[in-house]
Write a protein that binds this ligand. Structure first.
Ligand SMILES: [Zn+2]
Length: 303
């Protein structure tokens, strides 16, 4: 599959050179996945090739406003689907603001309940706003756009299972291109998934913010991603991401991008090749720092 994709990219490039066009992909059939920088937490916006909008998680309660402005900037006035992967505050917290302020057509979670104020507010809002609600479990399919295949690889409402382990993990395939979203699942769930599914994917949203509880070496070997996305806040108190996870990824030559370093990260694909855009360039930050040091020295010199 991957070799075929490279061949396609080469052919595509050849076609561009020969037709002298500036458009690499036809815009309307592209899929975009935005890993929004919400500090320590997850929030992912998916725009399917046929224009459906899915928001998966919304960071902690403070991040709701940021997500709304992210949607507003892209002229997104309603969401076709919201997926709440699990009821932890760094995933559903921001949803309270989002559900208040924007039209949501449907919401999906695993049915896992949690005894917190945030969770109660979230459930109350779904009822108050009369949002269509569905519970999914492992092996479910989410049908929203005929051009993409969305499979639920993990999800349970079992009381004996922890919130992270009960998370909704999904795989989205558009033509040959595959995204994996691991929410906060642990190594045991990764093992389960490897037994049951073909886990090979191009883009991996690393589980549980790069914690040691997820992303085993065998899992990365099974996925063989080109890009791994880590979602965590700078100087978080959990020590995410751990060195072991980063080493496993580097050893497998995976390109690692984190929201803490690059800000919002967007991947745009035509189902074959992809572009990756980042809000920040770590080098810019270094240049800014150097520039400000230089400025300070100069201003001292002028005195
Ligand atoms: Zn989390």
């Amino acid at each position: 599959m991957k070799l075929l994709r490279y061949v396609c990219v080469v052919l595509l490039l050849f076609a561009i050179i020969s037709t002298q066009t500036n458009h690499v992909f036809s815009q309307h059939e592209d899929m975009k996945v935005h890993y929004i920088d919400v500090g320590q937490g997850d929030s992912i916006l998916i725009e399917t090739p046929r224009g459906k909008r899915i928001l998966m998680d919304a960071g902690d309660p403070k991040q709701g406003k940021r997500i709304l402005s992210y949607l507003k900037k892209r002229n997104i006035k309603s969401l076709d689907l919201v997926i709440a992967t699990h009821p932890d505050i760094d995933h559903i917290g921001g949803l309270i603001t989002v559900l208040h302020k924007i039209k949501v057509h449907k919401i999906i979670d695993s049915g896992k309940t949690y005894d917190t104020h945030t969770y109660k507010k979230y459930i109350k809002l779904i009822k108050d706003q009369k949002i269509a609600y569905d519970r999914v479990e492992r092996e479910a399919e989410i049908n929203i756009d005929a051009l993409v295949q969305i499979d639920v690889l993990n999800a349970t409402k079992e009381k004996t299972v922890g919130n992270n382990e009960a998370s909704i993990a999904i795989k989205i395939q558009y033509k040959e291109f595959v995204f994996l979203f691991m929410a906060d699942v642990g190594i045991e769930q990764e093992k389960q998934m490897m037994k049951q599914y073909d886990m090979e994917a191009d883009i991996l949203k690393v589980g549980h913010h790069g914690s040691r509880t997820s992303t085993s070496e065998t899992f990365i070997e099974a996925v063989q991603p080109q890009v791994a996305i880590l979602t965590y806040g700078k100087q978080n108190t959990y020590g995410h991401p751990v060195r072991d996870v980063l080493h496993h990824l580097w050893r497998m030559n995976v390109n690692v991008f984190s929201t803490a370093v690059y800000g919002d990260i967007t991947i745009q694909t035509d189902g074959s090749g992809y572009y990756l855009f980042t809000e920040k360039d770590p080098l810019d930050h270094m240049i800014e720092e150097t520039a400000s040091i230089m400025y300070l020295k100069r201003s001292k010199g002028f005195r």
